[in-house]
Design a protein around this ligand. Structure first.
Ligand code: PBG
Length: 327
């Protein structure tokens, strides 16, 4: 029998060829950025218990590993350091040491491999004893402007070391303007800024904090600088300010909890939009997989394709290595 329906959307889903003909979004190798943890103490790649298949890489093994990833088709890397505890202090001064781990890493990689893009994290949390992204003042507040001054100096060191983009992930006010000025004044007009513009105060950062050995565990409260999950208008304002201050790429973070923000950013700013699928988004899929409750690869693919559909042009994800081999 047949009801003579005019509309049968299923006609276009009849077979794989038709389904791919009508596909609205797809993933390309160049959509991905792989976050990479590097470590000062490690001699071997060190597993991170809450992030299966992700390691902290010792500097001595980093260059061959980046080559392997590049040969798989990964060309952009965001570098995050775990420095020796003895080098941490209240103001994160190791960040301004030109031969600190993160800067040495870029110098080494770029002296051997030219066809990769390196993104430097600009924030103080890997360098402070307390795990905050900025300098604490005597009242327990994060002191905005001195932090911005330090971040801008660090951005110049990152540019000098060979980073292609600097990525302020700290959420201080006005930092894009000051970083842009400092890069221009130090003759780095072509180093772009990928700004963590709408970065939420998220509990999904827990595994990352373990990975960089940041004292701030899941419970460290960053809500005087990161956004509240309840707010949308506040994110719009942050995106606009970073755009006006000269950010070249706007980032939303975390990704899946912030699909509305990604979508808004894509529709309202004519610069590339990045989304960061953070450590806890990665770990929750893995954890369910290890319980036998979810299929790892298809859930990973579904999450990334959904983030792309929401409007992200660039996706930071720990699943990069796994997914890039499927596309
Ligand atoms: C801090 C920073 C964080 C992440 C990237 N940069 C954590 C935080 O804000 O506490 C999280 C990334 C992840 O969870 O994968 N500057």
């Amino acid at each position: 029998m047949n009801f003579n329906f005019t509309h049968r959307p299923r006609r276009l889903r009849n077979n794989p060829i038709l389904r791919s003909l009508i596909s609205e979004n797809s993933l390309r190798h160049s959509d991905f950025v792989l976050p990479v943890f590097i470590s000062e103490q490690a001699l071997e790649p060190e597993p991170i218990p809450s992030m299966p298949e992700i390691f902290r890489w010792p500097l001595g093994l980093l260059v061959p590993q980046i080559k392997k990833w590049r040969d798989l088709g990964i060309s952009s890397f965001a570098i995050f350091p775990q420095i020796d505890d003895s080098k941490k202090d209240l103001t994160g001064s190791e960040f301004l040491n030109p031969s600190s781990l993160t800067f040495r890493a870029a110098l080494e990689i770029k002296s051997v491999i030219s066809d990769v893009a390196l993104i430097s994290d600009i924030a103080l949390d890997p360098y402070t004893i307390h795990g905050h992204d900025g300098i604490l003042d005597s009242t327990g507040n994060i002191d905005n402007d001195p932090t911005v001054e330090t971040l801008a100096k660090g951005a110049v060191l990152a540019a000098k070391s060979g980073y292609d983009l600097v990525a302020p992930s700290d959420m201080m006010d006005g930092r894009i303007k000051i970083i842009r000025n400092e890069l221009e004044n130090n003759n780095f007009p072509n180093i772009g800024i990928i700004s963590y513009s709408a970065k939420y105060s998220s509990s999904y950062y827990g595994p990352f904090r373990e990975a960089i050995g940041s004292r701030g565990d899941t419970c460290l409260d960053k809500s005087t600088y990161q956004l509240s999950t309840a707010n949308f208008r506040e994110a719009k304002r942050e995106l606009l300010l970073d755009f006006q201050e000269g950010a070249d790429i706007l980032m939303v973070k975390p990704a899946e909890p912030c699909m509305d923000i990604i979508h808004y950013a894509r529709n309202n700013f004519d610069v590339p939009i990045a989304a960061y699928q953070v450590s806890g988004e990665y770990s929750r899929i893995w954890a369910a997989h290890l319980q036998g409750w979810l299929d790892l690869e298809s859930c990973a693919m579904e999450s990334i394709l959904s983030i792309k559909r929401a409007g992200a042009d660039i996706i930071f994800t720990y699943f990069t290595e796994k997914l890039i081999q499927q596309i």
